[in-house]
Design a protein around this ligand. Structure first.
Ligand code: GLU
Ligand code: ZN
Length: 504
């Protein structure tokens, strides 16, 4: 693994989502890699909100982004709000950090680009553009913008303006190829035919992503741009714009770029924002731990060591090296994510595990009355759950037998466990349990002995007991469960099951 030495100038990176829809795992991966890079180099993470698309942006989505970053523990240094929500307003030397509040800055930069000849007004109508595109295609030429309005002189411009012709502002791309060294992909070259002059301000004066994103990166003195591969095609345009901004004294230079690999979902298709698997909320609701989810997402392109999949964020920060990111697409693997999360659940100290489960032991998850919750019983059973859960939300069904008056009614489990001979077995087991000392070991011996009398191995013998007591065929270790439930309730449940069996 190549190890990059620390960049010389102080590192400044940014996470700059648009507040549209729900946060998704691809976005979190980008945030994580920027955060880890900033922390590794003792740099600064700027959190910027790219909310210039009034039709698609929402305040709700903005709030969700803040909430997601806080839940994940990805703290930022400059931004529209403070990471610690209790400490109030955010800010930083380059405030405001919401693009919707920076419109005058963009208008000013666009005017400078026009005045300096780096950009020009394009008066082409949509129909004209389409006609020329068609012709170019028919002739087998590149079909991007052909640069026609580069040569509109002041007179013709004045005539168009007098006519009331609308115009957009276009950036004039250099006529030479653009080469840069991507931190992940190495040297890349884009030829001029593939990167035509592009719009930076709409006819109505609204600045476009192509302008506001690099302008803010310049003004906020961003040193490294780490973002998804889907944005690679905009990079040559941004580099050219940077060069212009540097000549105009707006930027200090061009940042380094690193494009993180695509994340592939089912069937080797790119994981889409609309994919249910990609929604961060889903992982939160299922009870992923932030550290477990981040650990898994870090593996989408990076690894700590060939033989170590499970690590803490501190370890990631200490080792993170963006030049070691793999350029190949990464496959999102839910099973792997769950197994890494399970490892993080096991790593919690017992008290932290008990606390982490709290939301799933209450409404709306809990299927028992709040006053039936018994904290001592929960704490007694918790260590047995901690070693078995893959996601915290599974805790509810695993412990409900302790807090419900009667076990859940699950006909399928009943049918599966209650076979010929189950009644006789349960009767023997009931008698032996009633006489046993109430410890897990003694309870196990009782059921083993009952099974032996009926020619059943422990696995077969305990199934009817488990369903009688918990209502389910799978769950936490049975004898520890019985120990916590207590003698009276256990025997009453076995009696109820026997009554049900003899009634049929
Ligand atoms: N707001 C852009 C996006 O969410 C940011 C792209 C970038 O990182 O440059 O796609
Ligand atoms: Zn034009």
């Amino acid at each position: 693994m190549a190890s990059a030495s620390a960049p010389v100038s102080p590192v400044r990176v940014r996470f700059c989502p648009s507040p549209t829809g729900n946060p998704h795992v691809g976005l979190v991966r980008t945030a994580l890699f920027n955060w880890a890079f900033a922390r590794h180099h003792g740099g600064t993470l700027v959190f910027r909100i790219e909310d210039t698309d009034t039709a698609r942006d929402s305040e709700e989505s903005y709030e969700q982004l803040l909430d997601a970053m806080r839940w994940l523990g990805l703290d930022w240094d400059e931004g529209p709000a403070a990471f610690d929500s209790a400490s109030g307003a955010g800010g930083g030397p380059h405030a405001p950090y919401r693009q919707s509040q920076r419109m005058d800055i963009y208008a000013d930069v666009a005017a400078k680009l026009l005045a300096g000849g780096y950009a020009y007004r394009c008066y082409c109508t949509a129909e004209e553009l389409e006609e020329r595109r068609e012709a170019a295609r028919a002739a087998g030429r590149a079909s991007g913008y052909d640069g026609q309005c580069r040569t509109v002189g002041p007179e013709r411009a004045a005539a168009y303006e007098a006519e009331g012709r609308p115009s957009i502002v276009r950036f004039r791309m250099p006529d030479e190829p653009i080469t840069f060294t991507d931190l992940v992909r190495g040297e890349l070259t884009f030829t001029p035919e593939n990167v035509p002059d592009f719009g930076i301000v709409r006819a109505n004066g609204a600045p476009l992503y192509t302008l506001v994103n690099p302008v803010d990166d310049a003004l906020m003195e961003i040193t490294h741009v780490l973002r998804g591969e889907d944005l690679l095609s905009s990079t040559p345009r941004q580099i050219a714009l940077y060069q212009a901004l540097t000549e105009l004294g707006v930027a200090k230079g061009v940042p380094a770029f690193g494009h993180l690999p695509y994340v592939m979902g089912e069937g080797n298709k790119k994981l889409s924002k609309r994919d249910p698997q990609s929604s961060l909320n889903l992982y939160r609701e299922r009870g992923f731990l932030p550290e477990g989810l981040l650990n898994y997402l870090s593996l989408l392109g990076w690894s700590l060591a060939a033989d170590r999949d499970v690590f803490s964020m501190d370890e990631m920060v200490a080792a993170f090296d963006v030049t070691a990111v793999n350029a190949n697409p990464a496959r999102f693997d839910l099973k792997k994510a769950e197994s890494i999360n399970a490892d993080h659940i096991r790593r919690l100290d017992p008290a932290a595990f008990v606390e982490a489960c709290a939301p799933w032991l209450q409404a709306p998850h809990a299927n028992w009355a709040p006053e039936s919750f018994d904290r001592a019983a929960w704490e007694a059973i918790a260590p047995h759950a901690q070693t078995r859960l893959t996601v915290l939300s599974d805790i509810t069904a695993n412990v409900d037998f302790l807090f419900l008056d009667e076990p859940v009614e699950d006909e399928a489990s009943w049918q599966k466990a209650m076979k010929e001979g189950s009644e006789a077995l349960l009767r023997t087991a009931r008698a032996k349990l009633a006489d046993a000392e109430w410890t897990a070991d003694a309870l196990k011996e009782a059921v083993v002995a009952a099974g032996e009398e009926h020619g059943l191995k422990l696995g077969k013998a305990q199934a009817p007991v488990r369903v009688a007591v918990t209502g389910r065929t799978v769950g936490l270790p049975l004898f520890e469960s019985l120990e916590v439930l207590g003698r009276d309730r256990t025997l009453a449940r076995v009696d109820a099951a026997l009554a049900k069996l003899s009634a049929v």
